[in-house]
Write a protein that binds this ligand. Structure first.
Ligand SMILES: Cc1cc2nc3c(=O)[nH]c(=O)nc-3n(C[C@H](O)[C@H](O)[C@H](O)COP(=O)(O)OP(=O)(O)OC[C@H]3O[C@@H](n4cnc5c(N)ncnc54)[C@H](O)[C@@H]3O)c2cc1C
Length: 532
């Protein structure tokens, strides 16, 4: 075989890159697809058990309730909304990470309007990146970054980019290779590596390129610089999309509290503190096929059993497999155990001053601190902050359950957050007067090198169960926002009523990130990961 020349290699890398970009840009989200599985039809009088009172579970329960079906929602926690809840502390309300309401999916928008029409407010959007005491636009803009970093750094970044173009990584399997090939090593190290590793807690070399391709479509340093001028004109239009976002006056939890009320009003149950610990199945003795027959839940009154004709589950895939009774075969359980999650905690600090900074949130790229992002809830909705003259900030820390951050006491975390806020110069002399901590396990399904194989293995086993539907974010181990989580729930119901949607094709790409296109000649996604 003739050895590959540098030219050949560059051509091949370009081709492979293009294929990945094309794959990522195909968005089959709402189109009916090949039925990926056989589904038990929904019949009048059927009882549907919904596991989880987050956006996906409550959407399913709400739609079914409106159509007169019998539904019970089982929620392990004492609060509805899942990751999209609004936490409350002494009258202060705050998100588990700020939750913007943005969608291009009409049926989702319709439900939002139906539930909260007059309670939506329009919030002016501002978010920046904090890097070594300087602020950079978010989403990242090439010219702004180059100017902000100074001439010497700008030259180094461009040289490093040229060097990468001459010697690209021949394979693009991981996040680092993918981003470096498009932005050069230096820009990657400043604006991608630190923050991404903070978010995921694993090296960028262990994060799949597929994830970067989904989030950073069509963008490269050269394209960004080249199109900056041309886009100046277009940016007015694009800006109008991004300069405001919609938000429930009392935070995202208000949406899910309203949904719960409607479901109950329609005669169905949303049972809090009901943690589903087992999903009972009957197994056909002849062919080994399964059907779900009941769920068992740990309740304040002890374990209870609830027969069900259908189960819609939003619980994490790993927990779902653990709950199957009789147990799934050993290789399936092993695959499920291989799925990993990133956990998250918010330290809410209350300060005795207003107007600390104008942003809704700030990304912290500055090395040396653990905080990943800082929300300013005063700038989301004034109704979330009851005391005039005070500010409520949410300092977000990405962690793993059981690690040093997660296990720190609340007092230690409040002290850490207070210290880091001052170090970053964001307290502006204000005093922290109070604080609280909210821990959110499994906030992010991790897309590591093995997750796809694990998920496929699990799906081979659960997909053929015709009356079990796994939907939502952790329910499908997909980095979905609220709208896509809701859409998967809707599609599950439509499929039970005879439609043929491929739920697994619902994607996180450009629809949601429409508002985050910038400096790209064609629709591009968020140039920085993990806004949600
Ligand atoms: C930091 C951050 C910021 C985000 N920002 C945005 C944003 O700006 N806009 C946006 O649209 N989306 C955002 N998202 C995504 C959004 O939070 C999720 O898409 C959405 O909450 C997923 O809904 P879900 O119902 O699938 O799952 P979840 O919200 O995870 O809800 C699942 C529910 O199931 C319950 N449960 C789990 N196991 C069991 C069990 N065994 N028994 C009973 N109950 C169980 C859980 O307690 C939980 O209440 C963000 C996410 C994060 C982490």
């Amino acid at each position: 075989m003739t050895p590959e020349t540098r030219g050949d290699r560059q051509r091949r890398v370009r081709q492979e890159r293009r294929i990945l970009e094309l794959k990522a840009s195909v968005n089959p989200s709402v189109a009916p697809g090949t039925p990926s599985r056989r589904v038990s039809p929904l019949k009048r009088g059927d009882h549907i058990a919904v596991i989880g009172a987050g956006p996906a579970g409550l959407t399913a329960a709400y739609l079914l309730s409106k159509e007169g079906y019998r539904v019970t929602v089982f929620e392990g926690d004492d609060t509805v909304g899942g990751i999209s809840r609004t936490a409350q502390y002494k009258g202060y309300r705050f998100d588990i990470g700020g939750h913007r309401f943005f969608t291009k999916i009409e049926p989702v928008q319709a439900i939002w309007e139906e539930l909260l029409a007059d309670e939506f407010i329009s919030v002016p959007r501002m978010s920046r990146i904090h890097y070594r005491g300087r602020y950079f636009d978010y989403p990242l803009k090439a010219m702004n970054a180059l100017q902000g970093l100074g001439l010497v750094n700008a030259v180094r970044i461009v040289m490093s980019y040229i060097n990468t173009q001459l010697n690209p990584s021949p394979v693009e399997e991981n996040f680092e290779q993918w981003v470096t090939n498009r932005f050069g090593k230096r820009l990657y190290e400043i604006f991608f590596k630190t923050y991404t590793e903070k978010v995921w807690g694993i090296p960028c070399t262990e994060i799949r390129a597929e994830w970067a391709a989904q989030r950073i479509q069509g963008l490269s340093l050269a394209k960004a610089i080249a199109s900056a001028a041309a886009l100046n004109k277009r940016s007015t239009k694009i800006k109008s999309l991004i300069s405001e976002f919609r938000y429930p006056r009392l935070g995202p939890g208000q949406m899910w509290e309203a949904a719960t009320e409607r479901i109950r009003g329609l005669g169905n149950r949303v049972l809090m503190n009901h943690h589903v610990s087992a999903i009972e199945c009957e197994v056909d003795a002849t062919d080994g096929t399964r059907r779900v027959t009941a769920v068992r839940a740990r309740t304040p009154a002890g374990e209870e059993r609830f027969p069900a004709d259908h189960v819609i589950s939003t619980m994490p895939v790993r927990s779902l497999v653990r709950a199957l009774t009789p147990a799934a075969p050993e290789p399936v359980r092993r695959a499920a155990e291989g799925l990993r999650y990133r956990d998250f905690l918010v330290v809410a600090l209350i300060l005795d001053a207003e107007d600390l900074f104008p942003d809704n949130w700030i990304y912290i790229h500055t090395p040396g601190v653990k905080v990943g992002r800082i929300q300013n809830f005063n700038n989301w909705s004034k109704a979330m902050v009851p005391d005039p003259g005070r500010t409520c900030l949410g300092l977000e820390y990405f962690c793993f359950q059981g690690d040093g951050l997660w296990n720190s006491s609340d007092a230690e975390l409040i002290a850490l957050a207070t210290r880091e806020l001052t170090e970053l110069g964001l307290a502006s002399g204000a005093r922290v007067v109070d604080g609280t901590v909210i821990r959110m396990p499994k906030a992010y399904p991790i897309y590591d090198g093995a997750y796809r194989d694990h998920l496929d293995r699990v799906r081979e086993f659960i997909d053929p169960i015709p009356n079990l539907h796994t939907v939502g974010r952790n329910g499908m181990h997909k980095y979905n926002n609220q709208d896509h989580s809701m859409l998967t729930a809707m599609m599950a119901i439509w499929n039970m009523q005879g439609a043929t949607h491929d739920i697994w094709a619902v994607n996180t790409d450009f629809e949601y990130h429409e508002e985050q296109r910038l400096e790209s000649p064609r629709p591009a996604a968020d140039p920085l990961p993990a806004s949600g």
